[in-house]
Each structure stands twice: as structure tokens, then as C-alpha cells.
Design a protein around this ligand. Structure first.
Ligand code: HEM
Length: 470
């Protein structure tokens, strides 16, 4: 076994059986077989994966085990793994050895090739360093009051007795929050301002991504740096709005003293002393706004989709919050952790390994895309007994393991907005549990629907408000 591969196997005893993983030399690569794969044309795999990723990954795991090959969105024969040791070997590798696959995903033409999510190498490190402080836990604590106000405002509008889909309602809250952080606006931007128009345009883009044909438009954009066809059309107005916001901010006499993220990145200089161009600013802003609201909103919708169908967990949460029990914070945290385990809104993330890599009994050559199935990892029986049950109390005496619970990914690409997303979920979940009696509209669980890189409840998390307090 290779020294690096050996060094990366360390996790809680009694969990998944150890499995060697990490970079290997040519001799070891020659000795190890490639991961097994179905003999299906790439187009068939892309359609199966794109439409029913849940079914695709579970079917492959049942047939092949922890590691298997697939052909998908990105060029080359990918390897998919769900073993914590393999994931650890990738998250702990130096960034140049494991560039992100987001750089090749359908997000690239929408967000541009140089944003913090799509860039690799020194550019990524520089942008990440710049953006980390405003997304740090302490900075986020300042937003809590604002999140609570946005949640109360939204909840107050819901009619009692009428079914409603939670995802768009949650998006209204999380979009206000991210717009406030990124653009430094208190509360909801006025509709007749450039920021207000941008907010509307962003909601339109998100809505249009659910229309029939969106999947096709997404596929047609693969491999492009610039948006193409329908995607180009969908981005025309938001782009115009975002450039209007940038132009307004460039003229702002208070630019030097402002603390919001747009002002921060507008003032920042590259190593050559250059500032970011309007196009680069647009790409960064679009990334933060898009990555920063839909994910959290859909995760919250999933949490309620699960809660209204799991009476024990629902009652425990509501009682802890309404009685202001000593363990209320823990119950909230356990509920969120379990929701992100059982319905990770981003079910897969990946890297293209720059060296030959060992993944358990298999070896893959340099240049192989390695996808980490968050969904499969989170449903391993050896890590999570009865993995399909929604059971927040499984976290009562257990902390989420760094390579066993990865809804925010990991390593140098770990989600930049994780602290913000957690704060939003805590505050919104608490406000909803305190004020609303919610019920499911059907006893049947909502099917996961795969849109772009996300996994969302097929009907947006439909519930009925039975009563509202306060
Ligand atoms: C529940 C909500 C969220 C989930 C589940 C989520 C999940 C993820 C995942 C899985 C990744 C890829 C990590 C990897 O490949 O290792 C990611 C990256 C990222 N996320 Fe989030 N995210 C959420 C909310 C947010 C928010 C609120 C923001 C705010 C700006 C954000 C900004 C980003 C950015 C900028 C990246 C790219 C980081 C990099 O490549 O360096 N996300 N997120």
C-alpha cells in the first residue's frame, strides 16, 4: 500500500471499514483494476443521472459497492465514491492535486470561469481569502436579527388553511438576507432601485430554471465559458441589473468606508495592483447571490417536508422551542443536521485528480473526475443505522464527522456560506416552530427532483398552516 494512501485512513472506530485511498505511483496504478461500470451509452447515463440521480446512485451502489465508474456531464470516465476514507484523501489533498469539477459544470457559463466557485489555482485562493472574513461565524452573528425580521415578515403573510409550497417562501427570506450581506442593504430593497430590480430579476432566473427545457439549456451550456442560447436569454436582464448596481456603487462617495461584500471586492487589488473588472465583479456577485439563497431555502423546505411526516421529531422540536427548554438550541441543531444528512440539497461534489489515485480496491489514472456522492455517504448503514429514517435524535450524543457528514463539501473548497446557511436555518426553523402549526398536504413523501446541481423537493415542500400564534 502506498504511504500517502495509508496515512489518510483515520476515522471513528466502529464506523465504515477502513479503505486505503490517496495518490499512488504508476506501478500501483497498473496493479489495481479500474472501478466497475455499467455498459450504458454516455447519453443514457447523463439522462438517468440528470433526471433521477437518487435512483441512479443507489442502483449503482447496490450493484457495485462503494466505488464505481460512470460517464456524466464532464469529459472522461468518472469514478464515484461514497467511502469516508476516499473522501478524506481528496479533501485533505493540496488544492493543485484536486481541482474542482465545478469549473466544468453547467454552472461555469452562468457564473463565469473566474468566480470563487468555478476558478482553480491561485485565482481561487485569492478570491476565497478575500471573501472568507465577511462569511465568518462572528460576522454572520450580526445578521441574526435581520434574518429573524425577514422570517417574521414572511410568516405573517401566510394564510391559515391554504396549502403552500415552502421553497419559494423560504427563497424570499434567504434572497433578502444574501442581498443585504452582499450589497449592504437593510431589509428588502425598494422595487424602483437597481438593487430592487436585480432582486426581481434573480427570482425570475430561479423560476425559469424550473421550466421544461431548462435541463436541455443546461446541457447545451456544458463546456462553454459564456452562457449560450436560452441561458443567455435568461441572464440578459439580471446581467443588465447587476451592471447597474456595480455602476452605482462605483460612483458611491462612501465606497472606501462601506463594509458590504460588493464594496469589499470592488476595493480589493490583485497581486499586480489591478482591481476587478466589471465582468469579474458580476461573476462573483452572481455566484454569491445564486449559491447563497436557493440552497438554504430548499434545505429548509426539505426540513419541513421531513418534519410534517415524522410526528415524533416534529413534536419534539415544537415543544422544545415553545417551552423555551434548556435543550431547545440542541434540538434545533439536531433537526438541521439530520435534514442535511437525509436530504442533502447538493447531493454530489467532485474533483479532477491530477495524480493517479487509489480508491479502495481500485485505481484511477491522473485526470479522472472523482465524484463524491454526499447522498450515498449519508445513507451508509455502517455510519447511520436505519439511514432512511428521519431521526434528529441520532445526533444527541454524536458530532457530525468531518468526512462522514459533508453537506457543505470539504477541504479548501468547503462551502463559503456554511456559517450563514446554518444561522439562517436556525433562525427560520425556530421562528416557524414557535409560530406555526404545520401539516403535510399528503402522507406520501415528496420525491427528490434534480435541478442543476441541486436536489429539491418535487413540490417545493407543500404544507398547510393549521394555526398561527402571535
Ligand atoms: C444549506 C445551504 C448550502 C449548502 C447545502 C451548500 C453546499 C455547498 C457545497 C456542497 C459546496 C461545494 C463544496 C465542495 O466541493 O467541497 C458549496 C460551495 C460553495 N458555496 Fe455553498 N451551500 C449552501 C449555502 C451557501 C450560502 C448561503 C452561500 C453564500 C454565499 C454559499 C456559497 C458557496 C460558495 C461561494 C461556494 C464555493 C466555495 C469554493 O469553491 O471555494 N453556499 N456549497
Amino acid at each position: 500500500m502506498n504511504a500517502t494512501a495509508e496515512a489518510t485512513t483515520e476515522h471513528a472506530a466502529g464506523a465504515a471499514p477502513a479503505s486505503p485511498a490517496g495518490p499512488i505511483d504508476a506501478a500501483e496504478l497498473a496493479r489495481l483494476p479500474l472501478p466497475p461500470a455499467r455498459r450504458l451509452p454516455r447519453a443514457a447515463q447523463v439522462i438517468w443521472f440528470g433526471q433521477r440521480q437518487w435512483n441512479f446512485v443507489f442502483a449503482n451502489r447496490a450493484r457495485f459497492g462503494d466505488v464505481w465508474g460512470a460517464r456524466g456531464y464532464v469529459p472522461g470516465r468518472a469514478a464515484v465514491t461514497c467511502h469516508p476514507d476516499h473522501i478524506q484523501s481528496i479533501f485533505r489533498a493540496p488544492p493543485e492535486q484536486v481541482p474542482t469539477l465545478a469549473a466544468e459544470s453547467p454552472l461555469r457559463p452562468v457564473l463565469g470561469p473566474d468566480s470563487v466557485l468555478t476558478a482553480n489555482g491561485p485565482r481561487h485562493l485569492r478570491q476565497r481569502k478575500l471573501l472568507l472574513p465577511p462569511f465568518h461565524g462572528e460576522a454572520i452573528a450580526r445578521y441574526e436579527r435581520m434574518i429573524a425580521e425577514a422570517a417574521e415578515r414572511e410568516i405573517g403573510k401566510w394564510a391559515v388553511g391554504k396549502p403552500l409550497a415552502l421553497a419559494p417562501r423560504m427563497q424570499a427570506i434567504t434572497l433578502d438576507v444574501i442581498m443585504a450581506g452582499v450589497f449592504g442593504i437593510e431589509g428588502r430593497p425598494k422595487p424602483n432601485t437597481p438593487e430592487g430590480r436585480l432582486r426581481l430579476a434573480i427570482r425570475q432566473v430561479v423560476r425559469s430554471s424550473t421550466l421544461p427545457g431548462a435541463k436541455l439549456a443546461e446541457l447545451m451550456n456544458l463546456g462553454h465559458d459564456e452562457p449560450f442560447g436560452l441561458t443567455w436569454l435568461a441572464l440578459l436582464i439580471p446581467d443588465r441589473c447587476i451592471h447597474a448596481v456595480i455602476a452605482k456603487r462605483r460612483r458611491d462617495p462612501d465606497l472606501e468606508s462601506r463594509g458590504d461584500i460588493l464594496s469589499l471586492i470592488m476595493r480589493a487589488r490583485t497581486e499586480d495592483g489591478e482591481t476587478l473588472s466589471d465582468r469579474e465583479l458580476r461573476n462573483e456577485l452572481m455566484t454569491l447571490v445564486l449559491a447563497g439563497h436557493e440552497t438554504t431555502a430548499n434545505q429548509l423546505a426539505w426540513t419541513w417536508e421531513r418534519l410534517v411526516r415524522t410526528p415524533d421529531a416534529h413534536e419534539r422540536l415544537v415543544a422544545a422551542v415553545r417551552d423555551e427548554a434548556n435543550d431547545a438550541e440542541e434540538v434545533i441543531e439536531q433537526t438541521i443536521t439530520e435534514s442535511m444528512r437525509s436530504r442533502p440539497v447538493i447531493p454530489m461534489t467532485g474533483r479532477r485528480v491530477a495524480a493517479p489515485w487509489r480508491l479502495g480496491d481500485y485505481g484511477v489514472p491522473a485526470g479522472t473526475p472523482v465524484a463524491m456522492s454526499i447522498l450515498l455517504l449519508h445513507h451508509r448503514e455502517d455510519l447511520y443505522p436505519e439511514p432512511f429514517a428521519f431521526r434528529p435524535e441520532r445526533w444527541r450524543d454524536r458530532k457530525p464527522g468531518t468526512y462522514e457528514w459533508i453537506p457543505f463539501g470539504g477541504g479548501t473548497r468547503r462551502c463559503l456560506g456554511a456559517a450563514l446557511a446554518m444561522a439562517e436555518q436556525r433562525v427560520v426553523l425556530r421562528a416557524m416552530a414557535r409560530r406555526l402549526d404545520l401539516e403535510a398536504t399528503t402522507s406520501k413523501p415528496e420525491r427528490p427532483k434534480h435541478r442543476n446541481v441541486t436536489m429539491i423537493p418535487a413540490h417545493g415542500g407543500r404544507v398547510v398552516v393549521r394555526a398561527r400564534r402571535g
